[in-house]
Design a protein around this ligand. Structure first.
Ligand SMILES: Nc1ncnc2c1ncn2[C@@H]1O[C@H](COP(=O)(O)OP(=O)(O)OP(=O)(O)O)[C@@H](O)[C@H]1O
Ligand SMILES: [Mg+2]
Length: 379
């Protein structure tokens, strides 16, 4: 199984701005990578260069031992010779072929014998839990079932690498969640290497072992989903990951005492901080744990059953949102005491980059192993 290495990869369409610029990525063998980022940041373009559907303007694509493309050396392996499975948003099953025949189509092209073909079709349809639908035409299947067949079709030839581009975005929230966990299960059971492009952070967090956050054609951060969530490298990542989003405030405003508490607790230079951040679930209400404290008034309380979202106005005038687990008996206008533990806060500099303790490199690592080495303190 392959490790994926992208070096100095760029794509420029015509004379416009580059869709992807000087991208470096190193994805381990057997990883399930989710590429996450806002619309237009270059996710699909990156995946298409990996698949061989787009010729890179600069850089190299290497999968396992094979150099798939090198712009400088004029090397380009066409998509059919890359032995990849592809699943796209518009799954495009053949409308006149049954589910089983659609899966067979991928195998027939690869010249697999008849008996072996039958067995594999049965196996993958089973794996995707649509074996009972084998004889139906796509028009007789629901969206979620069609997408399962499309995934089965991509997996049937046993590709060494599977690429997904927003495979679940046509589906409703419930089905997306269900298929996300299916993808997670498939990854574990088959040990496949996979890359999934999405702009749905919940989907990315649910399936990925490696999370890549992109912005403006470049990699903003790489790490395990938990690492990226716990220690976002920039304010963009901080805002993009998390729902409701992280509270971010000017560090020299009414929350300057919070900045100082975080800086002291984490060994950071408070004077370097421009933005102070705290995730809503780390804004504690009437809690005995030690930390920075301030009085606040609850402005609104929105309960969703499993948790409640509380909007607070602090004594100094700053506003914070808090998420409280379980049923909350908090009423609007009640006065509460807010606590933030110093190691739960985030400080960012004027460029929006996370402040790091002295001695820790500020360059953003592009491989997960490297990330683990330089960020032991983030745990
Ligand atoms: N064939 C093309 N010709 C010209 N420009 C293109 C082409 N394909 C993509 N682009 C541009 O490249 C940039 C990146 O596009 P890309 O499709 O990779 O974004 P994305 O991250 O997948 O976005 P989305 O989440 O909306 O799918 C965009 O500005 C887009 O307009
Ligand atoms: Mg896209």
């Amino acid at each position: 199984m392959p490790r994926i290495v992208l070096r100095d990869l760029s794509k420029r369409y015509g004379r416009g701005a580059a869709a992807v610029e000087h991208l470096d990525l190193d994805l381990p063998d057997g990883s399930f990578t989710a590429i996450l980022g806002p619309s237009g940041c270059g996710k699909t373009t990156t995946l298409r260069m990996l698949a061989g559907l787009e010729v890179p303007t600069t850089g190299t694509v290497t999968v396992g031992e094979r150099l798939f493309s090198s712009a400088a050396d004029g090397i380009f392996v066409p998509p059919n010779d890359r032995h990849l499975g592809l699943v796209f948003q518009n799954y495009a099953l053949w409308p006149h072929l049954s589910a089983a025949r659609n899966v067979e189509f991928g195998l027939a092209v690869k010249k697999v014998g008849r008996v072996e073909r039958r067995r594999r079709i049965g196996d993958v349809l089973d794996l995707l839990r649509v074996a009972h639908l084998a004889d139906r035409l796509p028009a007789q299947l629901s969206g979620g079932e069609q997408q399962r067949v499309a995934i089965a079709r991509a997996l049937a030839p046993n590709p060494s690498l599977v690429l997904f581009d927003e495979p679940l975005s046509n589906l409703d929230a419930q089905l997306r969640l269900e298929l996300s966990s299916e993808l997670h299960r498939l990854h574990r059971e088959l040990g496949m290497t996979a890359v999934l492009v999405t702009h749905d952070q919940a989907e990315a967090m649910a399936v990925a072992t490696v999370l890549v956050v992109m912005r403006d054609g470049a990699v903003e951060q790489v790490g395990s989903p938990v690492e990226v969530y716990r220690a976002p490298a920039t304010t963009h990542v901080a805002k993009f990951l998390g729902s409701p989003p992280m509270n971010l405030h000017p560090a020299d405003g009414p929350l300057s005492s919070l900045r100082d508490a975080i800086a002291q607790g984490q060994g950071l230079e408070p004077g370097m901080a421009d933005v102070v951040g705290v995730r809503p679930e780390h804004v504690l209400l009437d809690d005995a744990r030690p930390g920075w404290r301030q009085r606040a008034r609850a402005r609104s309380v929105l309960s969703t059953g499993a948790s409640a979202l509380v909007h607070l106005v602090l004594d100094g005038g700053a506003e914070l949102s808090a998420v409280v687990r379980g049923e909350s008996d908090l009423e609007p206008d009640r006065v509460v005491e807010v606590t933030v533990e110093a190691d739960r806060g985030h400080l960012f500099d004027r460029e929006g980059r996370r402040l790091r303790p002295r001695g820790v490199p500020s360059a953003l690592p592009t491989s997960p192993e490297l990330f683990e080495e330089v960020l032991p303190w983030s745990r």
